[in-house]
Design a protein around this ligand. Structure first.
Ligand SMILES: COc1cc(O)cc(C/C=C(\C)CC/C=C(\C)CC/C=C(\C)CC/C=C(\C)CC/C=C(\C)CC/C=C(\C)CC/C=C(\C)CC/C=C(\C)CC/C=C(\C)CCC=C(C)C)c1O
Ligand SMILES: C[S@@+](CC[C@H](N)C(=O)[O-])C[C@H]1O[C@@H](n2cnc3c(N)ncnc32)[C@H](O)[C@@H]1O
Length: 327
């Protein structure tokens, strides 16, 4: 069921279709040129270029999306508990730091891509609500002669309690979004929050629409990172900001050794014990090792057109926050 769903999603739609078409044309050409060694060599190089990685495994670009889909479909229900267990809660601090770095202004329109179960969106809503309440209190203190009805009205309007800020969570995985929506319902997040099924490589939004684009622990899973970065650029308003929280590279050799030990010896075991899924957590640690370094990723963000690109490494480089502006 999952395989057939993701197959149609990943090989037959939009740009991916044209990519797979390119693959088809190449193999047809290959057979007609079989007597030409140079042509055959060039073609086999081209064919290799359509290969990518899924953790330490080499797979075709068409296959990767489906495999990533299966990973998150499988872990969705245990995703949040796994994160707390594996990181001893540290992922919460990293996500808080992302929001503090963002410092959203009243009225901010945020797009959280690969938003999964909503951790970034909920933090954003908490932040803007607290900020708006502080502002309201300051205003009320300044307007001493308001009636109690007027004061109550100011507090009751839920939409207004966010000062016009909104967040759109976009993720390719139905199961992750389902868990996110359940969490939102249980924690009573309603206003200013929307969920949409969509691919980071082909966002279902118009150009110049959002003030801020975030992607947390998501971009590592995308097949064509350059394409996702271009899409981030496209949907941001001029002056808009790109923020990415992702695993990165640890530079200290001693910490790196301990980190490797923990990653490869402990995490898949926790994955098996808690989520009954060794393979997905093996993919997690392998995909982290495959992801570009802080500097390499900064170059990729600049290549997509962003300016003033900078990053901050956290927890010895286990993760980094990259930031850039569409100017
Ligand atoms: C399928 O894909 C995914 C599934 C998911 O559930 C999540 C994601 C995306 C990830 C997130 C949303 C973030 C949350 C998840 C994680 C942080 C998990 C990934 C964690 C790592 C890759 C390792 C880094 C972990 C930490 C920084 C957390 C702190 C952990 C410790 C302090 C170690 C705890 C020690 C033990 C449990 C004792 C047993 C350990 C051993 C026998 C191995 C030897 C290890 C050590 C001696 C210490 C370990 C040292 C380190 C971790 C490095 C030290 C670092 C510093 C001192 C800065 C997703 O895509
Ligand atoms: C590790 S989770 C991160 C979730 C959330 N941002 C967080 O920080 O907890 C990675 C998410 O990326 C999503 N994802 C993977 N490939 C994607 C793509 N091409 N487009 C959109 N989302 C994608 C997965 O479905 C998954 O929900």
């Amino acid at each position: 069921m999952a395989a057939s769903r993701s197959c149609s999603l990943w090989s037959c739609c939009g740009r991916r279709w044209s990519r797979s078409m390119r693959g088809c044309c190449l193999s047809e050409l290959h057979s007609s040129w079989s007597g030409d060694p140079l042509g055959a060599r060039l073609l086999s190089q081209e064919k290799r270029a359509t290969e990518t990685h899924f953790g330490f495994e080499t797979v075709s670009e068409e296959e990767k999306g489906g495999k990533v889909y299966q990973v998150f479909e499988s872990v969705a229900k245990k995703y949040d508990v796994m994160n707390d267990m594996m990181s001893l809660g540290i992922h919460r601090v990293w996500k808080d730091l992302l929001i503090w770095k963002m410092r959203p202004l009243p009225g901010t329109q945020l797009l959280d891509v690969a938003g999964g179960t909503g951790d970034i969106a909920f933090r954003f809503l908490n932040y803007v609500q607290a900020q708006h309440q502080r502002k309201q209190k300051r205003q009320l203190r300044a307007q001493q002669n308001l009636s109690w009805e007027e004061i109550a009205k100011k507090y009751q309007n839920e939409e207004d309690s966010l000062g016009g800020s909104r967040v759109m969570v976009c993720d390719i995985n139905k199961e992750m979004l389902k868990v996110g929506k359940q969490k939102a319902f249980a924690q009573q997040y309603k206003a200013g929050l929307a969920w949409v099924l969509g691919d980071a490589e082909e966002l279902p939004f118009d150009d110049d629409k959002f003030d801020i684009y975030t992607i947390a622990f998501g971009i590592r899973n995308v097949t064509h990172i350059d394409q996702a970065l271009q899409e981030a650029y496209r949907v941001l308003k001029p002056g808009g900001r790109f923020l990415c929280l992702e695993f990165s590279q640890v530079s200290n050799p001693l910490i790196s050794r301990l980190y490797d030990l923990y990653s490869f010896q402990v995490i898949p075991v926790l994955g098996e014990v808690i989520a009954g899924d060794w393979k997905s957590y093996q993919y997690l640690v392998e995909s982290i090792r495959r992801f570009p370094s802080q500097e390499e990723f900064k170059d990729m963000i600049e290549d997509a057109g962003f300016q003033k690109v900078a990053y901050e490494s956290l927890t010895s480089g286990i993760v980094a926050i990259h930031s850039g502006f569409k100017l």
